[in-house]
Design a protein around this ligand. Structure first.
Ligand code: HEC
Length: 139
């Protein structure tokens, strides 16, 4: 049984190989990607920009947005039902509707945590249970 012998030889090294691949991945990609990042890129970036910069007078920025930071708990309802009234973000008024997006509470929580950490420079965090609770009480 040559194969069995070979497997027995390799077995002790599998953990080392897994760790090596993991470390290599971090080195080549800079860091472990935040789980909300891909969700942000799929659902938000086409409007708000890759870095949350927004689009001139049409789409408000998310990067350091005072409005998003001050109304963090309302974000789940905005993502579910949209926003269509005049808002003021960092001193600039916007009045283009944002439509509701089809995202579940896990995707919303992930994207909100990404937003909080990477764009709002805030330490607020939510989990999917909290998001689900908030969604029950949207006006
Ligand atoms: C189709 C374009 C579009 C997409 C996609 C979109 N938004 Fe918006 N978003 C807008 C517009 C337009 C407004 C301004 C609404 C208003 O003026 O009432 C807005 C407003 C906001 C605000 C409040 C204003 C601010 O800048 O702080 C937040 C927070 C927000 N969006 C987050 C998100 C997140 C998170 C996603 C992805 C999950 C997303 N949006 C996807 C267009 C979009």
């Amino acid at each position: 049984m040559k194969l069995k012998r070979l497997l027995q030889l390799i077995a002790p090294f599998t953990l080392v190989i897994i760790i090596a691949v993991f470390v290599l991945n971090i080195i080549t990609h800079g860091s472990i990607q935040h789980p909300g990042k891909s969700s942000y890129q799929t659902n938000c970036a086409q409007c708000h920009g890759d870095n949350g910069e927004g689009i001139r007078v049409l789409i408000p920025p998310l990067f350091h947005s005072d409005f998003a930071k001050n109304n963090f708990d309302s974000i789940p309802c905005w993502l579910k039902n949209g926003i269509s009234h005049k808002i003021s973000v960092n001193g600039v008024e916007y009045e283009q509707p944002m439509y509701g997006l089809n995202m579940d509470e896990i995707q919303i929580a992930n994207v909100m945590n990404y937003l909080s950490k990477e764009l709002l420079d805030s330490n607020r965090e939510v989990n999917s249970i909290q998001v689900k609770e908030i969604l029950k009480n949207c006006k």
